[in-house]
Design a binder for this molecule. Structure first.
Ligand code: HEM
Length: 423
């Protein structure tokens, strides 16, 4: 079975383009080969077929998980994510885990997290002046928010140590050369090699977190998410083990930290270059704030693909695809197609308020189907509250030209870190 066309350049070259200049790479692939197109990178062991038309995206998200599992596409995060992680599970186990994790991020409970986000964001912005690399600051803020939401306000010193250990672990996989080295050499070659250093950081983090959980099981703090996690029961009605809770916490911390930080850094990168949008934001209209968040997620999505590994042949958009390839809804292309989004490259929150309608499968920054982002309502609320708290800041870009996208672990970030000048 022939795969859809795609670049003929060696996989090493495609990997570098995919990592260093993802937006340009996807744009060129789409312009030259159309939809679908096949890319070959070291990101996954199999070739990957990218789809971006809403009809095809709907089919990708609707694929039976038994023949198109998503967990196997995230296999490479298993050493950190853990064997119980929602990210690597599929089928019934995945659905059970999803129900457990999603519960606290809805309704009344979710609304209860708003004051925490506002308080931490206001504290953060009070210290801003001069040149600020917003990505660095947003990484710290979103991690602090997740830690406060999960563990509550107590345990100050312990949380600071956990925060440092998480940062050290993620730092190892954020640098481009190190991620390239890890993608190329998929083995641990000792404590000084990229995989070895990552393993050592994960072991240190695990020791801290498991010790913390063992001590907190009987005193988790009344309103923290941790209390809810300790109360869970598995399918046999037994309490969930500390190791399992560790994997859930990592899924929330990893899922809810870098993606939100990248999206907020992009928000500052865009807002700094759009004074009229900033002025309208200051008016305080909640509908406009929501439109800004939606437009940031459309124009600069933090994740570029939602991949699934085919275990059996399937037909998508009239194309027969064999088992053993990855198929992906290409979020980035779907969100940037000119035929779906008039003037797609423009940052124009007004498009969300002018009454025009969009196919639900064209606005997909959170993926879709049974794997759609489990934290999406929280992520949108967090972005709204952080941008609301930032509305009065006087900001401008450090350099006038827009920042390009580069990959940092699983997300794409502004290549100069969303740098702005405050004051
Ligand atoms: C703007 C911020 C965020 C973006 C753009 C984002 C995007 C995504 C995407 C694209 C996926 C994969 C969906 C798919 O394969 O179809 C995903 C999965 C996930 N996200 Fe998010 N996310 C964000 C914030 C969060 C937050 C705040 C949390 C937790 C509180 C979170 C937790 C998760 C989890 C647990 C999964 C795995 C879901 C599953 O496999 O069933 N994310 N996210």
């Amino acid at each position: 079975m022939e795969l859809p066309p795609g670049p003929r350049a060696p996989a090493a070259w495609q990997t570098i383009a995919w990592m260093a200049r993802p937006a340009g790479f996807m744009r060129r692939v789409h312009a030259e080969f159309g939809d679908p197109a096949t890319i070959r990178t070291f990101w996954t062991e199999q070739p990957m077929v990218l789809f971006s038309h809403p009809d095809a995206v709907r089919q990708v998200f609707g694929l039976d998980p038994a023949i198109a599992p998503a967990g196997q596409s995230w296999e490479f995060v298993r050493p950190f994510a853990g064997e119980h992680s929602i990210l690597v599970l599929d089928g019934d186990e995945h659905l059970l885990e999803r129900r457990l994790l999603q519960k606290p991020f809805h309704g009344e409970r979710m609304r209860g997290f708003r004051p925490i986000v506002t308080e931490l964001a206001q504290k953060e912005f009070a210290a801003w002046s001069g040149r600020v690399v917003t990505l660095e600051r947003m990484r710290e803020l979103t991690l602090e928010i997740m830690l406060r939401v999960i563990f509550g306000a107590q345990h100050g010193d312990e949380l600071a140590r956990l925060q440092a250990a998480i940062d050290a672990t993620l730092e190892g996989v954020r640098s481009l050369p190190r991620v390239l080295a890890m993608a190329l050499v998929r083995r641990d070659l000792g404590p000084r090699s990229p995989w070895g250093r990552f393993r050592v950081a994960v072991e240190h983090f695990d020791a801290l977190l498991l010790d913390f959980l063992a001590r907190r099981r009987h005193d988790p703090g009344r309103d923290s998410l941790l209390a809810h996690l300790f109360d869970q029961r598995d399918q046999h009605g037994d309490p969930v083990s500390d190791r399992h809770i560790r994997d859930q916490l990592v899924a929330l911390l990893v899922g809810g930290h870098d993606s939100s930080a990248a999206s907020l850094a992009w928000a500052f990168e865009r807002l700094a270059r759009h004074p009229a949008v900033r002025a309208r934001l200051r008016d305080g209209d909640p509908a406009y704030l929501d439109a800004v968040v939606k437009e940031v997620l459309r124009a600069r999505p933090a994740l570029t693909i939602a991949p699934r590994l085919l275990l059996a042949p399937v037909e998508i958009a009239g194309r027969q695809l064999p088992a053993g390839v990855q198929v992906a809804a290409c979020l980035w292309l779907a969100l940037r197609r000119e035929d779906l989004w008039p003037d797609a490259s423009a940052f124009r929150p007004e498009r969300w308020l002018d009454g025009s309608s969009h196919d639900s499968m064209s606005w997909i920054p959170f993926g879709g189907g049974v794997r759609r982002c489990a934290g999406a309502p929280f992520a949108e609320m967090e972005m709204r509250e952080v941008l609301r708290a930032a509305a009065e800041l006087s900001i401008r870009p450090v350099r006038p030209e827009s920042e390009r996208a580069r990959r940092s672990m699983l997300v794409v970030v502004p290549d100069r870190g969303g740098e702005i000048f405050v004051g």
